[in-house]
Design a protein around this ligand. Structure first.
Ligand code: 13P
Ligand code: SF4
Length: 319
């Protein structure tokens, strides 16, 4: 079928898309930041860590990854024999963009000279395959503490690319990792002023923030959690009101899996800019087209595959 014809076709209901993918041997994975339609169409919805684990264990021949590019690369690295497709090749990530592998390697060399010893580089999973290949171990928001704690205390650590997640780890663990100056453009826009107004308007509400949020927002929050940690917390709660300091599509999952609570998205400073513009590039139409065309396909440079897999495997061996 020609792609022009496909764009004219009506997109089926999410369940029908999933069934079609099953019949055609394609596993659909979706991050919890995807909109409700894409979450419903997926065989599995999760956070970065759960999706990495699923990709590694599923044994799929073909994966359609509804998420952003670094997540699809991670699936390809952990499942090298599978073909990995994405609905939109331009679905990148501002945080991953903030750390170029060549800059990282130069900085690692500079630090090695300065410290007289090579620092251990921990990379948050929101980075490119080339950065994963240049670091020693990966972490996600769900396991960052355990990964950092696995490094011997006398080892200097360089943490990339998120300065906010790294700053939060430094504060909570009482350590002094060297931080890369990167940030997520979505989480940077949450504002403590608007959050405080919301808190005042919703007395008794519980504020959950992602560790990618800046310190003033984290300090005004009750719990700092990755998306899977937030889901666990709201499932265990009864009749609470939660203010959610992360990408607002996550609320679809909360309302589905823990409807007993109320969820309000924390706003940005001057807009409702709590939707990741990269995740939003993936639409039902593009998903349907991607499944039929088996593309665009994500590839990882041969020289990055093995070192990046090693860095990911070290993480998966810890948690
Ligand atoms: P999680 O690690 O919680 O899945 O979040 C990924 C992400 O992109 C946060 O902005
Ligand atoms: Fe990247 Fe931020 Fe979007 Fe997460 S929310 S995928 S860190 S740009």
């Amino acid at each position: 079928m020609q792609s022009e014809e496909l764009t004219l076709l009506e997109v089926p209901e999410p369940e029908a898309i999933r069934d079609w993918a099953t019949e055609n041997g394609i596993l659909i994975l979706a991050h919890s930041y995807q909109d409700g339609f894409l979450q419903e169409a997926a065989h599995f919805v999760g956070d970065s860590l759960e999706l990495a684990r699923k990709a590694a264990s599923a044994g799929a021949d073909a994966i359609c990854f509804a998420g952003v590019h670094f997540m699809a690369e991670t699936a390809k690295i952990l499942c090298p024999d599978a073909r990995v497709f994405v609905p939109d090749m331009d679905a990148g990530c501002s945080l991953a963009e903030s750390c170029k592998a060549e800059d990282l390697i130069r900085y690692q060399e500079h630090l090695t000279k300065k410290l007289g010893k090579r620092p251990v580089t921990i990379a948050y999973v929101n980075c490119t395959a080339a950065v994963k290949a240049a670091c020693d171990i990966i972490c996600t928001s769900g396991n960052a503490r355990q990964v950092v704690e696995s490094v011997p205390e006398d080892q200097p650590i360089l943490f990339v690319p998120d300065k906010h997640l790294g700053g939060w780890l430094n504060e909570t663990l009482g350590i002094d990792m060297i931080l890369w100056d990167g940030a997520c453009e979505v989480h940077e826009l949450f504002s403590v002023e608007t959050l405080n107004v919301m808190k005042a308007e919703n007395p008794g509400s519980i504020v959950l923030s992602h560790p990618e949020c800046p310190k003033p927002v984290r300090d005004a929050s009750d719990h700092i959690l990755g998306t899977a940690g937030m889901l666990k917390m709201v499932k265990a709660a009864q009749g609470e009101t939660f203010l959610i300091g992360t990408e607002a599509n996550l609320i679809y999952r909360f309302e589905k899996e823990a409807p007993q609570n109320t969820y309000l998205p924390a706003p940005g400073a001057s807009c409702a800019c709590n939707i990741c513009p990269y995740m939003a590039l993936n639409t039902p139409e593009k998903l349907w087209k991607c499944l039929h065309e088996r593309g665009p396909e994500v590839t990882v440079a041969a020289e990055h595959m093995e070192p990046a897999r090693r860095s990911l495997q070290r993480m998966l061996d810890i948690v």
